[in-house]
Design a protein around this ligand. Structure first.
Ligand code: UDP
Ligand code: MG
Length: 177
C-alpha cells in the first residue's frame, strides 16, 4: 500500500465542493485513514512548496507554456520570462492562496496511491485537465488572469507528485504518521 497527501485548498472549502471531491477518492477505492481541517501558516506553505530550483523550474514552465500558447509575454505580469523567477513569484502567491481560509488535509492510501490520485485530480492548469478529473470538472481558472491579478491559479486540490514528495508532505502535515 502506498500513501499520499491531499489538501483541499481554500477555494474547495469556500465553494462547498469538499463532499463531492472526497466522494471521487472513495469511489476510486482509496482509504482515508486521516482527515482534518487545517488553517495553514505561511511557514507551512513555504515548507510545502520547496524553494528548490528544479521544482520551481517545472512549476514556472507551466505558466511560460500557457502564456506562449496564448501569444502573450510573461514579463508584464511577472517582471521576467525566466521560469524559475516566475515560479518564485507564484510560490509567494501560493502562501496567500493557501492561508486565505481553512483547508482539509487528508492522508490517502491504496495501491499506487500517488499516481491514482494525480490521475483523479487532473493536470495543474484547469484548461489542461481532463474534463472528467476533479480539476477539469470543477475549476476553470486561467494562468493569464491569475498572473494579471497577481495570484496563484486556483485549482481546488493539491496531491503529492511522487512517493518521495508524499512522504515529506505527510511528515509536514501529519507529523509522526
Ligand atoms: N501554479 C500556478 N501557476 C503555474 C503553476 C502552478 O499558479 O503556472 C500553482 C497552482 O495552484 C498549483 C501550485 O502552484 O497547484 C503548485 O504547482 P505544481 O507545479 O506543483 O502543480 P501541482 O502539483 O499542484 O499540479
Ligand atoms: Mg506539485
Amino acid at each position: 500500500m502506498e500513501r499520499t497527501l491531499v489538501l483541499l485548498k481554500p477555494d474547495a472549502v469556500q465553494r462547498r465542493l469538499v463532499g463531492r471531491i472526497i466522494a471521487r477518492f472513495e469511489d476510486a477505492g482509496l482509504d482515508i485513514p486521516r482527515i482534518e481541517t487545517v488553517t495553514a501558516t505561511a511557514e507551512q506553505v513555504r515548507s510545502h512548496y520547496p524553494d528548490d530550483e528544479e521544482y520551481l523550474r517545472s512549476m514556472g514552465e507551466k505558466t511560460v507554456r500557457a502564456y506562449a500558447e496564448a501569444g502573450k509575454d510573461c514579463s508584464a505580469a511577472f517582471g521576467t520570462n525566466d521560469p524559475v523567477g516566475i515560479a518564485q513569484r507564484i510560490r509567494e502567491q501560493l502562501v496567500e492562496y493557501l492561508t486565505s481560509g481553512p483547508m482539509i488535509k487528508m492522508l490517502l492510501c491504496g495501491p499506487e496511491a500517488v499516481t491514482t490520485v494525480r490521475r483523479l485530480i487532473g493536470a495543474t492548469l484547469p484548461a489542461d485537465a481532463d474534463p472528467d478529473s476533479i480539476r477539469g470538472a470543477f475549476s476553470n481558472d486561467s494562468p493569464i488572469i491569475a498572473g494579471q491579478e497577481g495570484r496563484a491559479v486556483m485549482n481546488l486540490v493539491h496531491a503529492s507528485g511522487t512517493p518521495e514528495e508524499a512522504e515529506s508532505e505527510i511528515a509536514l502535515w501529519f507529523p509522526g504518521l
